[in-house]
Write a new protein. Structure first.
Length: 73
């Protein structure tokens, strides 16, 4: 992997990121629980609700807008 990163950094070769990323196909109304601390992203046409350990904070994102962070008071 380090050799591949070095070659990609110089522009000599494209880094094969697909070899290191786990993709999961989703369908409408699917729900997934992602463990805290896991690096993740949302694909096209998806809605994400991240609930914090702090009970009055959450993050809402969808693919058409940027994310909103909100505190409920």
């Amino acid at each position: 992997m380090m050799q591949q990163l070095r070659l990609a950094e110089t522009g000599a070769r494209r880094f094969p990121d697909e070899d290191y990323i786990y993709k999961r196909p989703i369908k409408k109304h699917d729900h997934y629980s992602i463990p805290a601390g896991t690096i993740h992203s949302a694909g096209a046409n998806s809605v994400v609700l991240e609930i914090s350990a702090t009970p009055n904070r959450f993050t809402y994102r969808n693919s058409k807008t940027h994310f909103f962070r909100r505190s409920i008071t």
